[in-house]
Design a protein around this ligand. Structure first.
Ligand code: ATP
Ligand code: MG
Length: 292
């Protein structure tokens, strides 16, 4: 079965209404066996495409993961990583900025960590936090030492959306493909996952008090996410809203989208020119003629 990913992709025009978008879709498979088979198949294809990305050395891929706590970002990233060569991939997690990071513009810390040509970069949270958590908690913005007026300006978010879309367009023009995933979790499923983290002792480490604190701002987060996704989903740097109440289906949808993005690049292994072919033939002759 081929997973249809188009319905998850946010069109560049129009407003996103997260209340109307399901957090659980029709299950892709009715058996664990079929699920595992699909998973293996995705990982195999991903490994081949990553090799090609690396060898052709033209493009890079930036995967951005944003979500509420316990939506499954970590699991999805682990899953994607299990299919690729760690040498061609880097994962960065962005938490509260340091004072050095705050002394730069809000795109600086993530720009320093963009993937090089031939590589895959994964951002676990990203510059999008600057229009999400910072918007939900305006006191964070006040602490950012912005020039007079900027931090209070009503259009500060509009300005940030513009900075983000222009930066992503610039990346696209220069060979970086940006794909953004919002793992769309229901508030009830988050409650269940938090309870599991408390009940099961080997999951206790995953639970933090800050998570329940942020849960109180759920509606404000959903509003901020909806506006952010509506304002920053472009043809070249699309958002995908992934129903996340089912972790397995979410991972399959994500890997299918990554496969399609890589496949769409129409990459090819570099071909040896005449001079190189001659050089290789001479080396081969020497190696074959070596005394054993
Ligand atoms: P996990 O809980 O799975 O370890 P996480 O991404 O939730 O992963 P935490 O250490 O729990 O990691 O939380 C990081 C926190 O940092 C989040 O609450 C996030 O909103 C916050 N954060 C990230 N970027 C910024 C930013 N630019 N400004 C302020 N807070 C930020
Ligand atoms: Mg957390």
């Amino acid at each position: 079965m081929k997973i249809k990913t188009d319905s998850f992709r946010v069109r560049p025009v129009g407003k996103v209404d997260l209340d109307k978008i399901p957090t659980r879709g029709q299950p892709f498979f009715d058996s664990k066996h079929a699920y595992r088979k699909c998973l293996r198949d995705h990982l195999k294809q991903m490994a081949l495409l990553q090799r090609l990305l690396y060898a052709s050395d033209r493009y890079s891929l930036l995967l951005i993961f944003q979500a509420m706590d316990a939506a499954g970002k970590d699991g999805a990233i682990r899953h994607v990583m299990s299919g690729i060569n760690p040498q061609g991939c880097q994962v960065f997690s962005f938490k509260e900025p340091s004072s050095e990071e705050l002394d730069h513009d809000f795109l600086w810390r993530t720009n320093c960590r963009l993937p090089e040509r031939g590589r895959i970069g994964i951002f676990n949270r990203s510059y999008y936090e600057e229009v999400l958590v910072v918007r939900v908690h305006p006191e964070i913005l006040k602490g950012q030492n912005l020039p007079d007026g900027l931090g209070d300006a009503k259009d500060v978010w509009k300005g940030r959306f513009r900075s983000i879309t222009e930066m992503e367009a610039h990346l696209h023009r220069n060979g970086t493909r940006v794909v953004k995933f919002f793992l769309h979790l229901s508030k009830e499923e988050q409650r269940k996952r938090f309870l599991d983290r408390i009940k099961e002792s080997d999951k206790n480490w995953k639970f933090s008090l800050a998570d329940v604190h942020e849960r109180k701002y759920w509606d404000a987060y959903m509003k901020a996410y909806a506006e952010c996704i509506s304002a920053t989903s472009t043809a070249d740097a699309p958002w995908y809203i992934i129903p996340a109440d089912d972790k397995h289906d979410a991972r399959l949808a994500i890997s299918q989208i990554i496969l399609e993005t890589l496949d769409g690049l129409k990459m090819a292994y570099p071909k040896a020119d005449e001079a190189r072919r001659k050089e290789l033939a001479a080396i081969r002759k020497n190696l074959e003629g070596e005394k054993r």
